[in-house]
Design a protein around this ligand. Structure first.
Ligand code: FRU
Length: 478
């Protein structure tokens, strides 16, 4: 079938080669190359029996497609090879994943599928052999754990041992939780603890747990389902966020602070992190959201990934910034300085559907402003900031096809605001104040919507500097 129209197909983001993709999987560094896998349904533009698609990169920016790494061809994964992780051990690449099986015989227990943890190994990073004694981890038989939902293993090494977190929920399906396992050899695993469980409005099933020590803090990342809307927060069907805390490896008990979102946009889910040999923690997520419309399905593909983001813990929060390697995509630069204006304004050379925009705004002189991206006479994606409210908003009501509505995030008061925005045909990723907040969204405007308009909505718009870069290709076009 193939992708038959590239109007919305990204130029530098990893996306479905054709058909459907969702979560990033197996993100890791193996023999000095970066591997990224993803949930893939190779036979249709909707979700279906999950395979693992595979791309590889030397710099996290330029990617190459590789053959499918995992297919659901064993009894224990017959209905899908669900999400999981990748890790190097003794010169081999191990990928851990969830085998999904429909089991009508368990329906009387309240669930009609069973999920088990499995792994496969590769010596060359391309061909994977499933472990002959899969599955290696079955749902623990305790009254604290739901028998069906048990998925998305993430493995890491600490001291001489390996640890694994798996997403889970309570048997009454009311509270999401994460289970912790321990192993000496990465193959035989012991259930250690329920490492963390939802308290209050923190979701009924925790998908895709990830764990890492970042800047000395133990960060648990997860994607909770069914967090209830609170005024203008949690408007997406599912969320992705984190706790910052401390894991006691002896007891398996994790103490932590509040739940925080990793991204406040309409399309961001199932983030996966990896720690690179140089010490950085890098995150990639699915730049989509369950239940959101995906107009690119008409073109034979569905789904893309975010740009890789570097994570840091500062002032009790996780900051995410685009990795510095993305600068290698920059082709031409247009820049302006010290611009003060009172009417809507466009800048020559600052426009397009693929590019990076960096704007430094003087908030002492600018009480509120609007920036329209992908703007034409009929369409625009509207970003606004209002200092009195302390809110930054993204509105997609006029973005073209696809989802509509508004998302917002709180911003700490300051004299300056820095915006770094990546546009790639059908996506925008907005990094505010060097990663204090991020908002990601899919948008589906027409080809002619390429203007960027700066609109003073509170009298004065004072900009210290604007830089716009056209960006080159990061992954072969279909
Ligand atoms: C998250 C998720 C995972 C699961 C996968 C199936 O988006 O639901 O929990 O492993 O997608 O494709």
């Amino acid at each position: 079938m193939g992708v038959h129209n590239t109007r919305w197909y990204p130029k530098y983001h990893v996306a479905a080669p054709e058909n459907w993709i969702n979560d990033p999987n197996g993100f890791c560094c193996f023999k000095s190359e970066y591997h990224l896998f993803y949930q893939f349904h190779p036979f249709g533009v909707n979700w279906g029996p999950m395979h693992w698609g595979h791309v590889i990169s030397k710099d996290l920016v330029h990617w190459k497609h590789l053959p499918i790494a995992l297919k659901p061809d064993e009894d224990y994964d017959r209905d899908g090879c669900f999400s999981g992780c990748g890790i190097e051990k003794d010169g081999s690449l191990y990928i851990f994943y969830t085998g999904h099986m429909h089991t009508p015989e368990t329906a009387e227990l309240g669930f009609d599928y069973v999920q088990v943890q499995c792994f496969a190994v590769s010596e060359d990073g391309v061909n994977f052999k499933k472990y002959p004694d899969n599955a290696i981890v079955l749902v623990p038989e305790t009254e604290q754990v739901h028998g069906g939902d048990f998925r998305d293993p993430k493995v890491w090494k600490h001291g001489d041992k390996y640890y694994m977190v798996v997403g889970s929920r309570t048997p009454d399906k009311l509270l999401g939780q994460v289970l912790l396992y321990e192993s000496d050899d990465i193959i035989h695993w012991n259930f250690k603890s329920i490492m963390s469980r939802a308290e209050g409005n923190q979701g009924s099933m925790w998908e895709c747990p990830n764990f890492a020590t970042i800047d000395g803090k133990d960060v648990l990342i997860f994607s909770p389902q069914d967090v209830k809307r609170e005024i203008n927060s949690y408007l997406n069907v599912y969320q992705s966020g984190y706790f910052i805390g401390k894991l006691d490896y002896k007891t398996g008990i994790y103490t932590h602070g509040e739940f925080e979102l990793l991204d406040y946009g309409s399309d961001f889910y199932a983030p996966q992190i990896t720690q690179l040999p140089d010490g950085r923690t890098i995150m990639i997520a699915w730049l989509d959201m369950w239940n959101n419309p995906m107009p690119e399905q008409a073109d034979g593909w569905a789904g893309m990934m975010t740009v890789p983001r570097e994570l840091h813990v500062r002032d009790g929060k996780v900051y995410s910034t685009p990795i510095k390697e993305l600068e290698s995509l920059r082709v031409a630069e247009t820049s302006y300085e010290n611009q003060t204006f009172y009417e809507p304004k466009k800048f020559e050379g600052v426009s397009g559907d693929v590019g990076e925009l960096i704007v430094d705004i003087d908030l002492k002189a600018t009480e509120e402003f609007e920036i329209d991206l992908r703007s034409s006479a009929e369409e625009k994606t509207v970003l606004t900031y209002n200092a009195a409210l302390g809110l930054f908003k993204v509105n997609r009501d006029k973005s073209g096809e696809g989802g509509k509505g508004e998302r917002e995030c709180p911003i700490l008061p300051a004299d300056k605001m820095k915006l770094q925005i990546f546009m790639d045909r059908s996506s925008i990723e907005i990094f505010i104040n060097d990663g204090e907040r991020v908002m990601s969204a899919r948008i589906y405007p027409r080809d002619n919507a390429k203007d960027i308009v700066f609109v003073p909505t509170g009298g004065t718009f004072k900009i210290d500097s604007i830089k716009f870069y056209t960006l080159g290709e990061g992954i072969p076009q279909p």
